[in-house]
Design a protein around this ligand. Structure first.
Ligand SMILES: O=P(O)(O)O[C@H]1O[C@H](CO)[C@@H](O)[C@H]1O
Ligand SMILES: O=c1cc[nH]c(=O)[nH]1
Length: 264
């Protein structure tokens, strides 16, 4: 039986790109927001748009001679899991999430970058790939290059554990939802994660780390802080432009340094 999804030479069913379109790219930069693809791609050389399909918008560019795909994942772990599946099939081996996030530690500032060493799996998708005991951990070599790149640009950054939630409101203990209700299991959870040293909330990193690991592939996560959850439930949209620029600059430098290792 042949199906479009399982054929590695075909245009992939959800993401709308094929192996030939990737020009051998092994690196992918993964923002959640489709509108972040173009500004990130504009920090690469010779960038061109590839496709727009559902939440997946893609562009191909270069860091010197290294081809790099930029593709949005949409919001959340299910669509991120589909992106990893289909990109892995096309030969992508290194996945770098470029996201926005809400910080839950008081020493973190708006615009800071957070590099995740691991992630709390507060989502369902990764459980379809590995049991709950399996850790969601980052690729060491890719993460080391992220740290070097943030230092190179002199951007303030933190490293640690993030919490990846399946919901933006109750799972991140926000009370400004439509109903205002947060289930008992999440009441007090922000405080608890904070005491356990978790740095931030977002929605994709744990699925990305888990799935990439189970495939024997490499993933890292860089997020820019747009909400200070110890002060407010709101996101501060004024910092979004600065965060976007920082993510793109650090990503380019990370690929440059990692590609120079010549690792497969
Ligand atoms: O800015 P992105 O990459 O989408 O990331 C964060 O923003 C979205 C929620 O607003 C979630 O996807 C969360 O993980
Ligand atoms: O607080 C935040 C900000 C961005 N993304 C999230 O998931 N949470």
């Amino acid at each position: 039986m042949t199906g479009i999804v399982s054929d590695s030479t075909a245009v992939q069913y959800h993401i709308g790109v094929s192996r030939a379109m990737l020009r051998g790219a092994r690196y992918v930069l993964l923002p959640g927001d489709p509108d972040r693809v173009e500004p990130i791609a504009s920090c690469l050389d010779r960038a061109t748009e590839l496709a727009r399909h559902r939440e997946y918008r893609s562009a191909l560019g270069y860091v010197d001679d290294t081809p790099v795909l930029v593709m949005s994942t949409g919001i959340g772990s299910p669509s991120t899991g589909i992106a990893v599946e289909e990109l892995a099939r096309l030969g992508v081996t290194h996945f770098l999430r470029l996201g926005t996030t809400g910080a839950i530690q008081p020493h973190i500032a708006l615009g800071d970058l957070i590099i995740s060493e691991g992630a709390v799996r507060l989502e369902g998708t990764s459980g379809h790939y590995a049991p709950v005991e399996y850790p969601a951990v980052a690729s060491l070599s890719l993460t080391q290059k992220l740290v070097e790149a943030a230092l190179h640009h002199n951007f303030s950054y933190q490293t640690g554990i993030c919490c990846s939630s399946d919901s933006f409101w109750p799972g991140q203990e926000r009370y400004d939802s439509f109903s205002g209700y947060v289930q008992r299991r999440f009441q007090g959870s922000l405080d608890e994660w904070q005491h356990l040293g978790v740095l931030n909330f977002e929605m994709e990193t744990s699925a990305l780390f888990t799935i990439a690991r189970t495939f024997g592939l490499h993933a890292a996560s860089l997020c820019g802080v747009i909400a200070l959850r110890t002060q407010s439930e709101s996101v501060q949209e004024g910092v979004y432009a600065q965060v976007k620029e920082r993510l793109a600059l650090v990503a380019r430098e990370t690929v440059k340094r990692h590609a120079a290792l010549g690792a497969r």
